[in-house]
Design a protein around this ligand. Sequence first.
Ligand code: ZN
Ligand code: ZN
Length: 170
Amino acid sequence: MRSTAPPTGSAPWPVAANGTRCAIPSTRSSGSRTVCGARSTSPGLRAEAGLADGAPLLHRLTCAICGRTAVTLEVGIDPLSGKRALVYSGLVRGEAFLLGGAADVFAKLAQGRVGEVHGSLGVEGIDAYCPDCDRIYCSDHYLLQAEYDEGFYDCTLGTCPEGHRRMIDD
Ligand SMILES: [Zn+2]
Ligand SMILES: [Zn+2]
């Protein structure tokens, strides 16, 4: 014997066992302003760094001789503090700078004004940069020489292919 399903045209809501209707809960109280719920995505990295939408977050400085990446400057997370920062990664040093300076640094790099960035980026600037040549060299072409004082690391000297020598990390 085939049981026919009862006509169900009557109830728009599924009826619970106790007979109460499963109504849509009315949580939306009129009058309370709904603050944008997209709180999970805090202000974008680019916005916080003062960069335009779609602007690259990473800049590479490449060796004047071989084209290898010698330095990266990235708007990202400082691995030490876990905070957003302009993260510098060079030949012998890594450093994090305030995110607010990123737009200025990136603008100068885009215009090839590496020397200005070198002069403004912290105390020691860009370790891969030879001011006399106004060029960037990778670790294959910048001769790096670590100096030790009684067994302890003291500083690193760099000598560029043109023979210019300077202290790049102290
Ligand atoms: Zn090179
Ligand atoms: Zn040089």
